[in-house]
Design a protein around this ligand. Structure first.
Ligand code: AMP
Length: 249
């Protein structure tokens, strides 16, 4: 597998699949890479902890980073190229151009993380321009992100197809997340209320099941497909999850 750090060094011209990540790879990311592997000649995994999508400096600073481990996981999962640019490569001095997907960025995550989707949309547009993928793979776990990126592609006539991959969960039901490692055993036990609540696929039942927790939101979101989505805080860790309402994942 090739590691590329400079934008000009990518030079890919076959059917490229892009899996954008922030590193700290786990089986959820592996599922995205495996999906890309089935239909693309070249699979590019980008690893970039995008400062623009963090509204809190502490969260950005605490984000786990281990490039050697990411490299091993990406390679074993079938990636051909790891694109790991430095921050200055993506945001050179003087950077000032942003893309905003207005309505879809409000509500849910957008209400609790100001500027988050502006950062996501901008970095995705940049990655699409840099890598020129035919397909780009995103996790259904971040359902609002999928909706925002699909809208971005449609509104700006981008030549890329967005694929959404079902959420990968641990055996106890908790959706895999790079943030799960911050949970103590007791916190993890509390966090299990989140997938259990969503598994009811019923708004009132989910609200009731999460009543004892620090809940940012529990809502039905009218995405395509619609989802029951929630975000909770357990200790210092913020967790999000959702279930598709109209079809089994
Ligand atoms: P992240 O590195 O957290 O920004 O995630 C990179 C991509 O992996 C995003 O498209 C996420 O939606 C996706 N992803 C994260 N966790 C999971 C999971 N448990 N199952 C499937 N996809 C996931």
């Amino acid at each position: 597998m090739r590691i590329v750090r400079r934008i000009g060094d990518l030079e890919l011209d076959d059917v490229v699949g892009l899996v954008p990540t922030m590193g700290a790879l786990h089986a959820g990311h592996e599922a995205l890479i495996a999906a890309a592997r089935t239909e693309c000649e070249t699979v590019v995994v980008s690893v970039f902890v995008n400062p623009a999508q963090f509204d809190q400096g502490v969260d950005l600073a605490a984000y786990p980073r281990d490039e050697e481990r990411d490299l091993r996981i990406a390679e074993a999962a079938g990636a051909d190229v790891l694109f790991a640019p430095a921050q200055e490569e993506m945001y050179p001095p003087g950077f000032q151009t942003w893309v905003e997907v207005e309505e879809l960025s409000r509500g849910l995550e957008g209400s609790h993380r100001p500027g988050h989707f502006r950062g996501v949309a901008t970095v995705c547009l940049k990655l699409f321009n840099i890598v020129r993928p035919r397909y780009a793979y995103f996790g259904q776990k971040d359902a609002q992100q999928v909706a925002v990126v699909r809208r971005l592609v449609r509104d700006l006539d981008l030549d890329v197809e967005i694929r959404s991959v079902p959420t990968v969960r641990d055996a106890d039901g908790l959706a895999l997340s790079s943030r799960n490692g911050r949970l103590s055993a007791a916190e993890r036990e509390l966090a299990l209320a989140l997938p259990r609540a969503l598994a009811t696929r019923d708004l009132a039942a989910a609200r009731a099941a999460l009543a004892g927790l620090d809940v940012d939101y529990v809502e039905i979101a009218d995405f395509d497909p619609p989802v029951l989505a929630a975000a909770v805080r357990v200790g210092g860790t913020r967790l999000i999850d959702n279930v598709v309402l109209e079809e089994e994942q």
